[in-house]
Design a protein around this ligand. Sequence first.
Ligand code: TXA
Ligand code: MG
Length: 332
Amino acid sequence: MNSNNSISKAVKILCDGGLVAFPTETVYGLGADAMNSRAAERIFQVKKRPRNHPLIVHVSSIYLAKKIVINWPKQADDFANKFWPGPMTLVFKKNNILPECVTAGYDTVAVRIPSNITAQTLLKEFAHSGSGYVAAPSANIYGSLSNTSYSDVRAAIGKNLTTSDLILEGNGCSYGVESTIIDFSSKRLAILRPGSITRNNIQKSLGLNIQETELNKSTPLVSGSTKRHYCPKTPLYVMVYPELVKRLGELLMKNVSNKKFFYWGFKSFTEISSCLNQEIAPDNAVDYAKQLYLKLNELDRKKYECIFFESPPKNAEWEAINNRLEKASVQL
Ligand code: TXA
Ligand code: MG
């Protein structure tokens, strides 16, 4: 947990138009005052993010969320009351209060109330001393791995920040993958990005069965909707165990130059080789998600020739993880 001192410093930085990277219960966000277009513009520069990818606006209360939205359907109250504060983002038709760059010129806005204590304190304090609206995408270079620890954020974007910016310390990324994005801006409710809250959670809590994600031309570009995203620097291959045995087995046999490989799966890889490091992955989706970006960042630092993950089960609990792995991996 951060001291009050560092939160006050972070609030001052936001008020002065600087950037603050802060932990949320999903991944670290790179925040700026959403009402300050120059500050929000810098997020795009630091992340090298295309301007047509809108930012999620983080707030400390439903009251503040409603103030930037023109059409808040009744059903959105059920979602907000059930899942906020928490790892869920809701998309609505917006009014004209926010600067254009935050919403990338679209007529919708994505908003969320995080539950992480550092994020909450920051947002509450910023609602007292500043606008209370923090635009924050994940704190990483566009297209690469999201980050769930202070040191990974610093390694990824630290050199692009200035002394007027700050990375808050905190270990609170307890979910480990990004929020679930629900679209309330079109006629039919849709999940734009599967995330920490699963279809099953929504079904159980609200009795609602949300069908396949519907993306169309007027839907803003959700990062995960691009084919490649969340990519480690090291080539990642994700495959079912029998295929893995075949491919990795062949690679190890032909490996005359002693290249190093890594395997992360649910059962151990039987072929023993000094060129292969292996670890058993958590067999439940909650722990797996918590470790995913930490593990991929760690493996990137170790500079393996390539890494192999055994495919997780294909069910609702693992949907967000499978979605991230599909974008992050090399397609064969
Ligand atoms: O868990 C999370 O959602 C994290 C933490 C920091 O809150 N944030 C995050 O932000 O993952 P980002 O920018 O990396 O991914 C948010 C996605 C982007 O793909 C963006 O295009 C989409 O949300 N998005 C933002 N505004 C939108 C809108 N108005 N309509 C549809 N999608 C939107
Ligand atoms: Mg992102």
